[in-house]
Structures are given as C-alpha cells and as structure tokens.
Design a protein around this ligand. Structure first.
Ligand SMILES: Nc1ncnc2c1ncn2[C@@H]1O[C@H](COP(=O)(O)OP(=O)(O)OP(=O)(O)O)[C@@H](O)[C@H]1O
Ligand SMILES: Nc1ccn([C@@H]2O[C@H](COP(=O)(O)O)[C@@H](O)[C@H]2O)c(=O)n1
Length: 226
C-alpha cells in the first residue's frame, strides 16, 4: 500500500444455508458503500459448468478437470447486483436453480477446487476499495481470517427452512430436507456451525431482516471507531 492510502475494511460472514448470508451481506455492503462478494457463486458456477458438460460433481477428477476453466470465471463485486459468468456463459440466474444447489456440494468437497477458488477470493478482497463484505462458509476461518469484522450469521433451522420455502415454494418438507442435506454435506469440509475465536455470532432467528442488517452494520461501525 502506498503511504497515506486507506486500507480496505473487510467484513467476513459465514453461516449455514438460508441463514441470510447473501441477502443480508449485500444489504450491509450497500449501506456501507462497500463491494460484495458471494463466494458460493464460484462453487455454483463450477457445478453449472460440470453439469452443462454432462459431468458428475461427485467425481473429484471431473471437478479437478473443470478447474481449467476457472480463469474464465467472471464474478463482479457490485453490491447492487452480482453478475456471474463462466466459459463465456452468463450463469447469474442459472446457478440459483435447485439442480445446482443439489450438485454444488460435490465441488465444495474437492479440496483442489477450494484452494483454487480461495486464491481468486483473496485476490478480489485484496483489491477491494473502500471495503468489501464477503460471505460463504469459510471466510472467517480460511479465506480472510484477518478480516476486520468476522460474523457467524445463524438462525434456527426451522426458521431458515421457512424463509427458504417463502423464496422457492413447492413442498416445505422437501425444501427442508434439501437444505438440511446440503448443510450436512458442506459441514464435512468446513465448520460454519460454530464460531471460531474472535467471530461474533449474529442469530437472526428473532430478528427482522432490517434488524439483522443493522446488527452487522453496527459491528463494522464500532470496529472502525476502535
Ligand atoms: N432476519 C431475517 N428475517 C426475515 N427474513 C430473512 C432474514 N434474513 C434473511 N431473510 C430471508 O431469508 C431468505 C434466505 O436468505 P439468503 O438466500 O440470503 O440465505 P443464504 O444464507 O445466502 O442461503 P444459501 O447459503 O442457501 O444461499 C431470503 O428470502 C432472505 O430475504
Ligand atoms: N465459502 C464457501 C461458499 C460456498 N460453498 C459451497 O457452495 C455452495 C453454495 O453456496 P451458497 O452460499 O450460494 O448457498 C454451498 O452449499 C457450499 O457447498 C463453500 O463450500 N464455501
């Protein structure tokens, strides 16, 4: 950093599926005028590419093969709307499908894939100005353990399922089973269910969306006054 240049503020948020990471983190970023990094989008884009090519995300060799396309991954960090593209395809919408959610954990379980995307995430965070809110499963512990503010965003599973059901509709029991299965699979490779040392837990079970955003903004504001 050049003399006098202000260091970026880094806010790291982890948590289980449906805890509000992406929606809350984006709102926090908007309120603070920061950039926003949804790290799950990178895992989802790789899963999309593997399925598009007729591959199986549960096959580690296939996942490792797909890493050749990682250079083509475009991940914007605009808090007003993230664009995701891979291998020349705009997958911003497509990666949110239930088909991708069901396949993505295979990518996340493949350690070379984790290491490769983490290099990209760290480069994005290093270039961010004036600050960035990055969310995922291992941001507070692996990607940015030195972040200025580290948050584990949680909510009771039943509440998370109800919120997710409100988004996607369908059969609530099926929505719940899928959410719980993805958490169980993801938790085998990273711990996003308990807070590491120095990480603040924000439990949104009894908070409104705005109250949750405010709780995290307050943590950032307090940190910047220390
Ligand atoms: N405190 C809250 N009160 C009410 N609704 C909330 C709250 N926090 C988040 N939500 C809503 O819960 C839903 C799930 O949030 P979101 O998709 O951001 O979760 P996520 O943690 O990113 O999930 P995933 O990891 O599965 O992508 C969204 O509709 C969001 O608006
Ligand atoms: N830091 C991260 C972020 C995500 N994952 C994996 O990606 C999946 C999709 O993430 P969403 O946040 O978009 O739901 C998630 O289920 C994990 O498999 C990860 O491992 N680490």
């Amino acid at each position: 950093m050049t003399a006098g240049a202000q260091a970026a503020t880094v806010v790291a948020i982890d948590g289980p599926a449906g805890s509000g990471k992406s929606s809350v983190a984006r709102a926090v970023a908007r309120e603070l005028g920061f950039q926003f990094l949804d790290t799950g989008a990178a895992y989802r884009a790789l899963a999309w590419l593997i399925l598009e090519r007729g591959g199986d995300t549960d096959d580690p060799a296939t996942v490792i093969g797909a890493l050749d396309s990682l250079d083509s991954l475009e991940l914007t960090v605009d808090a007003s709307g993230q664009r995701v593209a891979i291998a020349g395809h705009d997958v911003t919408e497509a990666i949110r499908s239930e088909r991708i959610s069901a396949a993505v954990s295979g990518v996340a379980r493949t350690l070379p894939a984790r290491e490769a995307v983490n290099v990209r995430f760290r480069a994005i965070i290093a270039e961010a100005r004036p600050g960035i809110v990055a969310e995922g499963r291992d941001i507070t512990t692996v990607v940015a353990p030195d972040a200025d503010v580290r948050v584990l965003l949680t909510a009771d599973e039943a509440v998370r399922i109800r919120r997710r059901f409100g988004d996607v509709g369908g059969d609530e029991r099926q929505v719940g089973a899928r959410l719980a299965a993805r958490d169980a699979s993801d938790a085998k490779v990273v711990d996003f269910l308990s807070a590491a040392e120095g990480v603040t837990v924000v439990d949104s079970t009894d908070l409104t969306f705005d109250e949750t955003v405010e709780a995290i903004v307050r943590l950032v504001t307090e940190e910047s006054h220390d």
